[in-house]
Design a binder for this molecule. Structure first.
Ligand code: SF4
Ligand code: SF4
Length: 322
């Protein structure tokens, strides 16, 4: 029997009860995320092969990520509780057989109204929204741990690709671009949770100003269908040629109507973060990112200016045209 409803209930209770799902009281103590939405894709969805073309040739399928991580755990190189599946979990020699047993659970966490309103009042990154991103990273670590334990206690195997030693951000040199070997956005698209916008973020039914997470598991989750195979169906610019309000808000020319440079975006992110970092220092927690498979500590304040005060901030602007 599918366990989607149990997973949604567990997540809702976690978000309702966790103190980490809140800003510090000095910044109002507001809740970070409202009720999350889940989507599920089959481990052998043929669309994953396309991700190696559109993201990067080193982008991993669920079976590849699972199998590499399980082998690493077997050889004692990885003792994270949910970064890798249990040592016995990747013993299938046939990746196709393994893929058929797996599911990818993707989760959309929409920010609450108070955070969206704060970011929409300014054309700059506000301290509150920068702090919200840092707090979101810390809260997600709790989500990974508690969700992982929930599945294990229910008798299933699970891993969190974000926590695997095989997860990394890479720089491609042929055309300078930052890519991930596990794109949360692409897996959420595969699970029918949204489509891409001009800024390459995912426009969900709760908009683009969301955080994403995913797990791979052998639990009996029911696959959620993709409403649309058009990867840009929810973006006004791709539908009408207009809008581009996200590009107009970008302070670093990283995003224009014609292009999005993730390298310029990263450069701008660092500059924007520096403007609010000092004020936030007492409240910030370090966050680990894997870059070129090395652990790098960061304070994850972000930029994200293109995701506030735009038509797709908190809704799918194409919803009425379906
Ligand atoms: S602001 Fe407009 S152009 Fe930009 S992603 Fe949203 S809908 Fe698309
Ligand atoms: S995150 Fe910032 S720099 Fe990057 S595209 Fe959006 S507004 Fe521009």
């Amino acid at each position: 029997m599918a366990i989607n409803a149990d997973v949604s209930r567990f997540l809702k209770d976690l978000l309702d009860s966790s103190e980490l799902n809140r800003l510090p009281v000095e910044y109002g103590g507001h809740r970070l995320f409202k009720e999350p939405v889940i989507g599920v894709s089959a481990g052998n969805d043929p669309i994953f092969a396309k991700f190696k073309k559109v993201v990067t040739p080193t982008h991993l399928t669920p079976a590849e990520m699972w199998s590499k991580s399980a082998s690493s755990k077997r050889s004692g190189q990885d003792d994270l509780p949910i970064g890798s599946p249990q040592p016995d979990a990747g013993t299938w020699s046939d990746l196709a057989e393994l893929a058929a047993r797996l599911k990818v659970l993707s989760i959309v966490f929409p920010y609450t109204r108070s955070i969206l309103e704060d970011g929409s009042r300014s054309t700059k990154r506000t301290p509150l929204t920068g702090l919200a991103l840092n707090c979101a990273h810390v809260f997600h670590t709790e989500v990974y741990e508690k969700m992982g334990q929930f599945f294990i206690d229910s008798g299933y195997r699970i891993m969190a690709p974000q926590k695997s030693r095989f997860h990394s951000i890479l720089l491609t040199f042929s055309k300078p671009h930052l890519v991930s070997v596990w794109s949360e956005r692409h897996y959420a698209f595969a699970a029918g949770l949204g489509t891409f916008g001009l800024a390459e973020h995912l426009i969900t039914e709760h908009g683009c100003n969301v955080r994403l997470a995913s797990f791979i598991t052998d639990a009996p989750l029911e696959v959620t269908p993709r409403v649309n195979d058009d990867p840009f169906a929810n973006c006004l610019h791709f539908a009408t040629g207009g809008c581009a309000k996200c590009a107009a808000r970008c302070p670093g020319r990283a995003l224009t109507k014609d292009s999005h440079s993730k390298v310029l975006c990263e450069f701008t992110r660092r500059k924007v973060s520096a403007t609010i970092r000092e004020e936030l220092t007492p409240f910030l927690k370090p966050v680990n990112r894997h870059v070129w498979y090395f652990n790098m500590e960061d304070y994850a304040i972000g930029c994200g200016i293109c995701q506030f005060d735009v038509p797709c901030m908190d809704r799918n602007p194409m919803a009425d045209s379906k």
